[in-house]
Write a protein that binds this ligand. Sequence first.
Ligand code: ADE
Length: 241
Amino acid sequence: MTKNPQKPWAATVLTLFPEAFPGALGASIIGGSEKSGIWQLETVDIRDFSVNRHRTVDSPPAGGGPGMVIKPDIAAKAIDSVAQQSRPLIYLTPRGKPLTQTRVRALSKGPGLIVFCGRFEGLDQRVIDARQMEEISIGDYVLAGGEVAAQVLIEACVRLLPGVLGDAESATEESFEDGLLEYPLYTKPREFEGRAIPEVLLSGDHGKIAKWRREEQIKMTKARRADLWAAFDKGDDHECD
Ligand code: ADE
């Protein structure tokens, strides 16, 4: 891989658990493309900005209730220690706007991301407002913290960077790129545990194959994702959000 002449896409992750990185981001093509200079990953330990010798970063919620809240002064100091370089500042939380392939595509075209990973009950609202953080959720379920969500977000962006995926087609003919789920895939052997590859795929007729795949995409999207199908059917930019 040749060196990237432009400034690489850069992810800075603010976390209480820097040891969770690179995690999945160090493996396979995503890890390899960081080594080759297409993108870079940096972590900032939020605890380094604590002001006491116990390195505490949290405090009980005002008004009562369970758990602890990350203090705004400590979070702000950690955020302000990072050179923003026009990158969006994202706070990962189940309360955020659901992540879509459309947002991923836009983020991958920018200079990179600064991602704040929550833990405990969450982050003081005043720092979210004061630093105009973009709140993003990776789905309607609750993780123990934002670290795995950060890896999901970063991986989704990095695989779209030029030079990361070998086969130019593999990023375009897949779920969400045209607003439908991906068609089913088959490979050798011709028969597996009594199940044959659909005949049409062995016909060599590219027109028929394309038609069959489209029909499968539509069938699957209707059955599994009424929301995506409704948007597609309406011609909503053929998108998923
Ligand atoms: N942190 C905890 N759960 C999360 C989710 N679903 N999305 C983003 N960040 C989270």
